[in-house]
Design a protein around this ligand. Structure first.
Ligand code: NAD
Length: 296
């Protein structure tokens, strides 16, 4: 069994770390939130105390952190995972974009660290159930020998290529489709509701028709129809992902007008609902523009 470090025990990190524990691995954990650490310690993990302490104790370190800047600090900063110890493998499960994956690989590979980007998709439910899709970029030999068996305890990994950032690029593509599905579902629903259709019946019909998508299947039944807007993915993080995508696409000379619309919807969602808004609250922005009362 491998000695694993896990940095970032949030909505996604905590259940992924718990699944590594269940698979029988020794787990050292760290998070700036003491409550988050305490919950994993209750399940059998050991508290490392800091990112650098985690690095002294572990062979493989996973990170599930909110922003690329925080991931960079954890991997390359003054109190980072690699300042005191030398884990053999670093695997970033966060959505951090291809550019950071390239930067981390360029800095850590010469130090003998096998560096992987491995963003995930499938939400909190998938992370808890161990069914999330994991999109991996990084060296194939170490992937097969060390990383794949560990990732299989968390979800369903696919190796997208050896180039650093290959997993992140795949994740940005997936996020574009997921976010556009929310935007277009919000638009179609607002139109139907304004014309007098029943929203619950509309979702039932869409889910047995060609309009079915990840928003009609999961997001509307769980968080929009009941008006709870608590699906579990922050609009701020979704906006971060969309901006990463738009920057990468602009650099690659690929126009993404649908991505631009979604970015605009997410910015308006944060303005309307505040920094803690869930990304399903896009529906409220679209309803308001349609002259409906989102607080109905
Ligand atoms: P979250 O905000 O719930 O969790 C982030 C955790 O990191 C928090 O517990 C926070 O205390 C901790 N943290 C912040 N700074 C830290 C630091 N310097 N050192 C240690 N810990 C620190 O976020 P999340 O929803 O779990 O998302 C994590 C990553 O996964 C993001 O990149 C996100 O884009 C991605 N993601 C999220 C979802 C989702 O449905 N929530 C789905 C797929 C991918």
């Amino acid at each position: 069994m491998t000695i694993i470090g896990f940095l970032g025990l949030g909505r996604m990190g905590a259940p992924m770390a718990a699944n590594l524990l269940k698979a029988g691995h020794t787990l050292f954990v760290h998070d700036v939130s003491e409550d988050a650490v305490a919950e994993l310690v209750r399940l059998g993990a050991e508290a490392a105390g800091s990112a650098s302490a985690l690095g002294t104790q572990c062979e493989v370190v996973f990170a599930s952190l909110p922003t690329p800047a925080i991931v960079r600090e954890a991997a390359l900063g003054p109190d980072s995972i690699f300042v005191r110890g030398k884990p053999k493998v670093f695997c970033d499960l966060s959505t951090s974009g291809p550019q950071l994956a390239q930067e981390l690989s360029a800095a850590l590979t010469p130090q003998g660290v096998a560096c992987f980007d491995a963003p995930v998709s499938g939400g909190i439910k998938g992370a808890v159930e161990g069914t999330i899709s994991i999109m991996v970029g990084g060296p194939e030999a170490e992937y097969e020998a060390i990383l794949r068996p560990l990732l299989e305890a968390i979800g369903k990994p696919t190796h997208m290529g050896e180039a650093p950032g290959a997993g992140q690029t795949m994740k940005l593509v997936n996020n574009l489709l997921g976010a556009v599905a929310i935007g277009v579902t919000a638009e179609g629903m607002a139109f139907g509701i304004k014309q007098g259709l029943d929203p619950a019946k509309m979702i039932d019909v869409l889910n047995q028709s060609t309009g079915i998508n990840s928003a009609t299947r999961d997001k509307w039944p769980r968080s929009v129809l009941p008006r709870t807007f608590d699906f579990g993915f922050a609009a701020a993080l979704s906006l971060k992902d969309t901006r990463l995508l738009m920057d990468e696409a602009a650099a690659a000379d690929v126009p993404l007008p649908l991505g631009q619309i979604v970015q605009d919807y997410l910015e308006r969602t944060l303005e309307r609902e505040g920094p803690e808004a869930d990304f399903t609250a896009i529906a409220k922005v679209v309803e308001e523009a349609a002259g409906l009362d989102p607080e109905r």
